[in-house]
Design a protein around this ligand. Structure first.
Ligand SMILES: CC(=O)SCCNC(=O)CCNC(=O)[C@H](O)C(C)(C)COP(=O)(O)OP(=O)(O)OC[C@H]1O[C@@H](n2cnc3c(N)ncnc32)[C@H](O)[C@@H]1OP(=O)(O)O
Ligand SMILES: O=CC(=O)O
Ligand SMILES: [Mg+2]
Length: 534
């Protein structure tokens, strides 16, 4: 096997991160695991087709014994015992990484996935910042002269790194002439450089695993962890992983996923945004019962979403694992107190409900939300670090409950279609400019939320959904017209012809192709966008 770096861009820090030894490790991961990954991706396509045809799904028959068996995951490490508040964000730019580490959260989810645009620069900068964070040396001075350094007065959050999902390639590295696998590059570089340092401190290496669609994908990660630990001489079970249950098939395999990873498992997380995206994707062509209301109306209290979170808490606690809550999208604005007040109220409600339901902690997207999340969980936890001992034997969730999507309350409106188009174009443009997360109308938008937006429109056209406000069917002609109007609106608001031409116009082209090509469906918005990402 031969591994080569073929990026046309020179980025400071490349010499530190892309060393010969680190590349060799990434190559070894590909040699051992690339074929299994390819097979599992094919399996995803078959499962999707079956769901679309049948309009249903069930708990796997072959793993009934795993679900009924009496087993628990390995004992949790001390450094991850208290996860009541986790701040998420990309590890770039450095000031953002430092702000996350100084935020007072217990954990920083350093995101190389939903919140990162995976340009070569971001990949190197992100790995470099994680390298320095692991060694406590991360510091930064902004162009305005503001100095950023790590706090010394309080323990810093434990870092949990989220590599890319299995589907994404890394175009700047080739293995035997083929694009490398994004997940193996992200994990491989981070693990190679930091696993020893972190394990000696007892604070890692820890990972969040995104977008799994089958328990065999968890087995693959477990095999990778076992190999990586052996290869670097680190004790088996040092790696800990929290798996995002953010696809509809994974919701039917929570026990199985924990079981596969039982030596390396920390917990499961309710990744609500990708979960909604996955429901739309799997059942996009299964009829109007699967058409959700406008995105803004699909709250966590909709019955099918509650079933999902209740089952997650029950499963985790039965298996001695953490149940982690998800992301409320409301973002405070330091310049607009009324926006902040609303965000605080909404996020507090969300965290309070999660804490009462039995979650052990949850996510926030902004440093100004850390304290309220901590407060809401502390009310439930008292003097305990977590509530894993709280069994939810009262919960009984069936396949029908998880799939009770048609019962969702709310409407599809033309306003909602417009918002989806606006957000999909705006987010894609920001992603192409190198930022993977952005506040739009005071809501956090990232790859997962943008996927919902563009997929809803595709599904509404496919099903000829009729809008509740204007009472017209959603057709390709209507969407083309609305898209044109929303792009015009963005052009006016952005008021920067150069940026508009460079990022928004290509973004609008991508979104147009994705939503109007109704005889086929692109699995990920970021797949075509990655082809033109610089
Ligand atoms: C579906 C999912 O996967 S959810 C998880 C993935 N998504 C994320 O992680 C998104 C995380 N959040 C963010 O990226 C940001 O909060 C955004 C983009 C939504 C908003 O960012 P901004 O517009 O910069 O917010 P704002 O101007 O209020 O920031 C104020 C300060 O807080 C910092 N800040 C904001 N969010 C974060 C964060 N998540 N982590 C660290 N620092 C942050 C900013 O860097 C800024 O610092 P400064 O005062 O030193 O310049
Ligand atoms: O990754 C989290 C999600 O909600 O998606
Ligand atoms: Mg996600």
């Amino acid at each position: 096997m031969a591994i080569t770096v073929n990026s046309p861009y020179e980025v400071d820090g490349t010499d530190l991160i892309v060393t010969e030894e680190a590349l060799q490790f990434v190559e070894e991961l590909h040699a051992r695991f690339a074929t299994t990954r390819a097979d599992l991706l094919k399996k995803r396509a078959v499962a999707q087709e079956e769901a679309a045809q049948t309009g249903t799904m069930d708990f796997p028959a072959e793993t009934a014994q795993v679900r009924s068996g009496d087993w628990v995951v390995a004992e949790q490490p001390e450094s991850l015992a208290d996860r009541r508040v986790e701040i998420t964000g990309p590890p770039v730019p450095a000031k953002m990484a430092i702000n996350a580490l100084n935020s007072g959260a217990k954990v920083w989810l350093a995101c190389l996935e939903d919140a990162l645009s995976p340009s070569w620069r971001n990949l190197i900068d992100g790995q470099k910042n994680l390298y320095e964070a692991a060694r406590g040396t991360l510091a930064f001075t902004s162009a305005e002269g503001k100095e950023y350094s790590l706090r010394e007065d309080v323990p810093l959050p434990v870092v949990v790194v989220r590599p890319r999902g299995w589907h994404l390639p890394e175009k700047n590295i080739a293995v035997d002439g083929e694009r490398a696998i994004g997940a193996l590059v992200d994990f491989g570089l981070h693990f190679f450089h930091n696993a020893k340092v972190l394990s000696e401190k007892g604070t890692g290496p820890f990972y969040y695993l995104p977008k799994l669609e089958h328990y065999l994908e968890a087995r693959l990660w477990n095999d990778i962890f076992t190999f990586a630990e052996e290869r670097l001489g680190i004790a088996h079970g040092t790696v800990r992983a929290t798996v995002l249950i953010e696809t509809i098939p994974a919701a039917f395999q929570m026990d199985e996923i924990l079981y596969e990873l039982r030596d390396h498992a920390s917990g499961l997380n309710a990744g609500r945004w990708d979960y909604l995206f996955s429901i739309i994707k799997y059942f996009r062509a299964s009829g109007s019962d699967f058409v959700l209301p406008d995105r803004a109306q699909v709250s966590m209290t909709q019955p099918f979403m509650r079933s999902y979170t209740e089952l997650l808490v029950k499963t985790c606690h039965r298996r001695g694992a953490f149940a982690m809550g998800g992301m409320a999208a409301f973002i405070p604005n330091r310049r607009e107190p009324e926006v902040t007040a609303r965000a605080i109220e909404k996020v507090r409600d969300d965290k309070s409900r999660e804490a009462q339901d039995g979650f052990d902690g949850s996510w926030v997207a902004h440093p100004d939300l850390v304290e309220l999340c901590s407060e809401e969980f502390s009310k439930e936890l008292g003097d305990k670090a977590n509530q894993i001992d709280r069994q939810r034997d009262d919960v009984d969730v069936s396949a029908e409950d998880l799939l009770n999507i048609g019962a969702a309350q709310g409407d599809v409106t033309e306003h909602g279609v417009r918002m989806n188009l606006y957000v999909a174009v705006y987010y894609t443009a920001v992603w192409l400019s190198g930022n993977g997360a952005v506040a739009i109308h005071n809501l956090m938008e990232d790859a997962a939320t943008a996927e919902i937006s563009r997929s809803q429109v595709w599904q509404q056209i496919h099903n000829g959904t009729v809008t509740a406000d204007t009472e017209v069917p959603i057709t390709t002609e209507l969407v083309e017209k609305l898209l044109g109007e929303e792009v015009d609106r963005l052009r006016e608001e952005i008021n920067d012809p150069e940026a508009f031409g460079k990022y928004f116009e290509p973004a609008a082209d991508i979104v147009k192709e994705l939503v109007l090509t109704t005889d086929s469906y692109e699995d990920y918005l970021t797949t075509p966008a990655y082809e033109i990402l610089r």
